[in-house]
Ligand binder design. Structure first.
Ligand code: HEM
Length: 511
């Protein structure tokens, strides 16, 4: 895809800008036995894990899908209390999962996409294969109909349930084995399957599906085939609830034998089946192409108008650059007057983050924390960027990296401390068809879904000219600024920019 694309840009960052153990979604599953909700003892000895909860949650959310009428699927309907209260969704694993993953949802990234990302990242960071990830799931606005299988049901009913979800019997065997390479069955929600274990290494009394329950591997199959399995849904004392035994054996063990014989086959089949599971969405929802890392990605672009100067800052991330101690990295840009300029990036190396699949190298240009920003003449401005790295031009196949300096934050913005009100001054470029400028305030509704409300600026006839290029639109707005953006409708298209520095950084308004 081409930058910029707000949703894909954010999803790409969530997937690939990961410093193992420290940032992003992966930090909640490293090490893989991390469990954030231990009631007693330390996270590693509960027998539970965030990773297992996340995978089970994605399955239970998806399992409401009805392929016949296209309803249900991975749409975060599991966040509704009514779904979590059903017997088919017993346990607190869903609430725990949402507690962590929904926090990564934004106005552009749905909660459903974060649930899908949770499975992709849990599987990959805990020893499993990469799962191709598509974005664009849409959050349901109400609970789905029930549809999750339960252990005491018959094999025929399980085959029918998976068929309703869109999976054949073979795929059912595969998907259950892939899911059950993580986690196990807890005593508390399933006292008829697992007794109190009195095990200091499993303080929440979890009987695991295989001996490596926080690691993706084919032990779920090798232990089953060799007869050493302790899987409580295979060798449980109550045969009625031995659903894995019935499912795994339903094709004469052909599938499980193939998994036991080949870890590679197991991994590739699980990658495929997990992707199918995650991409099972209500009909009418169009998912994106598989998201791969952008080779070059600008980030955090920010403009501030200060008199006749446009301060410009931001960063750029390169993916998998070859080592080059003599690297020359340039930002080239075009202005509104037909000029072409360049700026050397090398001196401003910001950070290097790594990920199992690649290395991200970031450079920063401009510096909004000091006065020595990257200054542009306001009239000339900027329209498009390109990068030159090690002599190679990076311009998205000739498109370049378009930037807009039409609506920018003005340093004349200020703060009235007596009534906690900000005066937002936004500079709008003359000669551009701007029909409205507004503040977007971001909040969550009662079901955790992110909503945006718009507050319009005064109309253009009340504006003040700053210079020949820009005039100011003004709005006074009380309340916290941390979830505010400025948006504008330019040539009939709405776009938003995260331009505002946090309110406390605004100078006091002249009294
Ligand atoms: C007939 C189908 C299935 C049945 C009857 C079933 C049943 C169960 C049961 C009873 C538990 C214990 C939950 C707990 O104690 O909190 C469990 C856990 C789990 N299931 Fe399934 N399952 C099925 C299919 C799947 C599928 C298709 C997946 C994913 C692809 C999956 C992933 C998991 C995971 C990861 C856990 C561990 C949760 C944890 O340890 O917190 N299950 N399953």
């Amino acid at each position: 895809y081409l930058w910029p694309s707000p949703m894909l840009d954010e999803l790409e960052s969530l997937l690939y800008e990961i410093t193992p153990g420290t940032t992003g979604i992966a930090s909640f599953i490293q090490p893989c036995d991390t469990f954030s909700f231990a009631s007693t003892g330390s996270s590693g000895t509960t027998g539970r894990s965030n990773a297992a909860d996340w995978i089970r949650t994605a399955y239970h959310d998806m399992a409401t899908h009805n392929i016949a009428d296209g309803t249900g699927g991975l749409d975060a309907s599991i966040r509704f209390a009514e779904e979590q209260a059903r017997a088919e969704n017993v346990g607190d694993g869903f609430a725990n999962t949402l507690n962590v993953l929904a926090g990564f949802a934004t106005r552009y990234v749905s909660i459903a996409d974060t649930l899908a990302l949770g499975t992709v990242i849990a599987v990959e960071f805990c020893g499993g294969p990469q799962i191709p990830f598509r974005g664009g799931r849409v959050d349901a606005t109400e609970p789905n109909l029930p549809g999750v299988p339960e252990p005491e049901q018959t094999l025929d009913s399980h085959i029918a349930t998976f068929a309703k979800q869109g999976f054949t019997q073979d795929e059912m065997i595969g998907l259950v084995a892939c899911g059950h390479t993580f986690g196990g069955v807890q005593h508390a929600p399933f006292p008829d399957i697992v007794p109190e274990l009195n095990d200091p290494n499993s303080t929440e009394s979890v009987a695991h599906f295989d001996s490596t329950n926080t690691h993706f591997d084919n032990n779920i199959a090798t232990e089953y085939i060799s007869g050493t399995t302790q899987n409580p849904l295979v060798v449980g004392f109550n045969d009625t609830t031995n659903s894995d035994r019935r499912i795994f054996g339903s094709d004469g063990n052909v599938t499980m034998l193939s998994f036991a014989n080949s870890p590679e086959l197991f991994a590739s089949r699980c990658s495929e089946l997990f992707a199918r599971m995650l991409d099972t969405v209500p009909s009418g929802i169009q998912l994106s192409d598989v998201i791969t890392p952008l080779p070059v990605k600008p980030s955090n672009l920010k403009f501030t108008l200060d008199g006749d100067i446009l301060q410009f800052s931001g960063g750029v991330r390169f993916w998998n650059l070859t080592d080059n101690p003599n690297r020359v990295a340039l930002l080239l840009w075009d202005d509104h007057l037909g000029g072409v300029h360049n700026f050397t990036l090398l001196s401003l190396l910001e950070s290097v983050t790594s990920y199992p699949d690649g290395v991200a190298t970031s450079y920063r240009f401009g510096d909004d924390s000091s006065a020595s920003g990257f200054s542009l003449d306001a009239t000339a401005g900027i329209t498009n960027m390109r990068f030159m790295v090690d002599g190679k031009l990076e311009d998205q196949g000739g498109v370049g990296f378009p930037v807009q300096d039409t609506v920018v934050f003005s340093t004349t913005s200020c703060f009235f401390s007596n009534n906690f009100t900000a005066q937002y001054n936004v500079a709008v470029r003359k000669g551009v068809n701007v029909t409205s400028v507004y503040i977007e305030t971001q909040a969550s509704d009662s079901s955790g879904h992110i909503v945006i409300t718009e507050t319009n600026f005064f109309s253009p006839d009340s504006t003040v000219a700053v210079n020949s290029a820009y005039s100011i639109w003004t709005l006074n707005l009380a309340g916290s600024p941390f979830t505010r953006y400025v948006g504008a409708e330019i040539d009939g298209v709405k776009s938003s920019m995260a331009l505002f520095t946090p309110l406390p950084a605004l100078p006091s308004c002249p009294s």
